[in-house]
Design a protein around this ligand. Structure first.
Ligand code: GLU
Length: 561
């Protein structure tokens, strides 16, 4: 077969050569060790937690090494494309600290546009580039056209199909299909010419030289050393509309764009042999690979399941409404990514997570477990380290969007809200009441009459008369100018007067000798003033509420009892 002639027949309009391409996309001039990484999503919907995960790795590796992180839009499957998805994912990722140096970015008009000299960064407009390399492969006898009905052959050769036909004798079936594939390789120049003359479409297939009996030794930077069978499947490089498959586009794009580290989901591992073959055929240097395990979750029965698109927590846009702050989510992702992150955080409470020396070697090889309880834990710590202004602004902004009346109350009473969020903040052991901005209302809504309600009953064992007496005693001695010690001494005195001890030691030694203790007395006050059994520090609460409000609430409770 005259491969040059074949190449001309198939790609008559391609005049450029790979050398021309190399000249257009020269290697990047970066400092030693700088990594070039990318996120390469198909714009088919929202950003999934399982997508944020590898992307954070890509971001950290690039920016920690003085390299480049770029965004490439893999929109070769127009049928699956969702309008506005690319714009949406750029915004969402930016919220989670993923900012691209290069690639598809948002222009001033809010539309996706290119930034950088290694573009275009949208695969759908890179057609001519792929065709240059496709033509070269044909010229070298490494790829051939296949005029069999494209879809039919797609099915014949698809590895996944083997899975589906498990119940039938798939080995026999696969053999038959392989025979067909080998037959397709034998196409003659006359047949090619006749098909082209008839206007028949073709797919371009690689001429696979692998033998699955032989294994390729390969080191994945996360998974470690592995041996994978060589590829013997003549997979499709260009579909019949001339659009490349993922495999082909991956090799061409990551080569020309200078990607040093490909970070992607482990679902691509079974295709790796194809990619290695393709890089070899094209004469490209193979990038380093990091295959990241799928994020798992526990189902109702405690079994590990893949975190799927529909699962709670999958869609990154949901976190905003749930009230999680991006800092907490980023921090949580870091705890999942590097086993020593939490220890580092304890030692460096004030540093930004980006200062953590992220290390590929500390990544988990198997799937990380997604867990809301853990996220909330991390989040409580993150929020506890924020200052009162930051928290006040964030809760207010969140509420204005998702709970308008509450948001308006907060913004109309900003300084009071700030004082409330200052309670127990700033010290060595800050309070950890909030995991989300949504938690703010249940935590501190009682300060405002609109949300104040008595949420619990006094326990039966305390005589109503005692409670009333305590409440009245408190009112008669209450002076809003008392400092905390004087204030508490008064409460202790009230306790003693009513037969409740203020000496916790003696109480513990013989609880039956007393009606109760000073903590019970405080609880009487707390429930009247806050409506809750648990609340932030009562002294601070009363200071913020002010004398009139404290008295009003206590008297109301006296009346009620
Ligand atoms: N478009 C591919 C995907 O969404 C990208 C995989 C890769 O990062 O290479 O799965």
């Amino acid at each position: 077969m005259d491969y040059n002639k074949l190449a001309e027949l198939l790609f008559p309009n391609v005049t450029k050569t790979p050398a021309d391409m190399e000249a257009l996309y020269p290697s990047r001039q970066l400092p030693e060790g700088a990594k070039v990484t990318r996120f390469a999503p198909s714009p088919t919907g929202f950003v999934h937690f399982g997508g944020l995960f590898p992307t954070t790795v890509a971001e950290r590796l690039a920016h920690q090494s003085g390299g480049v992180l770029f965004l490439r839009i893999e929109d070769t499957d127009a049928r699956r494309e969702v309008a506005g998805a690319a714009e949406g994912l750029i915004k969402t990722l930016s919220r989670y600290g993923i900012n691209f140096d290069e690639g598809a970015v948002l222009g001033d008009d809010g539309k996706v546009t290119d930034k950088g000299v290694y573009g275009p960064y949208k695969q759908s407009v890179r057609g001519p580039i792929y065709h240059v390399y496709a033509k070269q492969l044909v010229r070298e006898g490494k790829a051939y056209p296949c005029f069999t009905d494209a879809q039919e052959l797609e099915e014949i050769l698809s590895v996944n199909k083997k899975e589906e036909i498990k119940n039938t004798d798939w080995q026999a079936e696969a053999q038959a299909r392989r025979a067909e594939m080998l037959k397709a390789r034998e196409i003659t120049m006359d047949e090619v010419e006749a098909n082209l003359a008839a206007g028949n479409p073709f797919v371009l297939r690689i001429l696979a030289d692998g033998n699955p009996e032989r294994k390729i030794k390969f080191t994945d930077l996360v998974k470690g050393n592995m041996e994978i069978p060589e590829n013997d499947e003549d997979f499709v490089l260009l579909k019949s509309d001339g659009i490349p498959t993922y495999h082909f586009a991956h090799a061409v794009d990551d080569h020309l764009m200078g990607t040093t580290h490909v970070i992607r989901g482990e679902e691509w591992l079974p295709s790796l042999a194809k990619h290695l073959q393709l890089f070899r055929y094209l004469g490209f240097k193979t990038p380093k690979y990091l295959h990241i395990a799928q994020i798992m979750r526990l189902d109702e029965n405690g079994n590990k399941k893949k975190l799927s698109k529909r699962d709670m927590g999958a869609n990154m846009d949901d976190y905003t409404e749930m009230g999680y702050c991006p800092e907490a989510v980023c921090e949580y992702v870091m705890t999942l990514l590097n086993s020593n992150y939490e220890e580092w955080r304890m030692q460096n409470p004030d540093k930004a997570y980006t200062e953590f020396p992220f290390n590929i070697k500390k990544m988990s090889v198997s799937g990380c477990l997604f867990d809301f309880a853990k996220l909330s834990d991390v989040s409580k710590n993150v929020i506890s380290r924020m200052d009162a202004d930051t928290v006040t602004d964030a809760v207010t902004a969140w509420a204005l969007e998702y709970d308008r009346p509450f948001g308006e109350i907060l913004s109309n009473n900003r300084s009071m809200a700030r004082e409330i969020f200052s309670i127990g903040r700033g010290g060595k052991k800050p309070r950890k009441d909030l995991a989300t901005w949504r938690d703010a209302k249940p935590y501190m809504g009682f300060f405002f009459d609109e949300y104040f309600e008595i949420e619990a009953e006094y326990p039966e064992k305390f005589p109503r008369e005692d409670i009333k007496s305590v409440l009245k005693d408190f009112i008669s001695g209450y002076d809003v100018n008392d400092d905390m010690n004087v204030w508490f001494d008064k409460i202790k005195a009230i306790a003693e007067k009513n037969g409740y001890t203020s000496d916790m030691k003696s109480y513990k030694a013989s609880p039956d000798a007393f009606k109760g203790n000073v903590a019970d007395v405080s609880m009487f006050l707390r429930l009247a003033v806050t409506g809750k059994i648990n609340s932030p520090d009562m002294y601070s609460v009363m200071q913020i509420l002010g004398k009139d409000k404290v008295e009003e609430r206590i008297l109301k409770m006296v009346e009620k009892l």
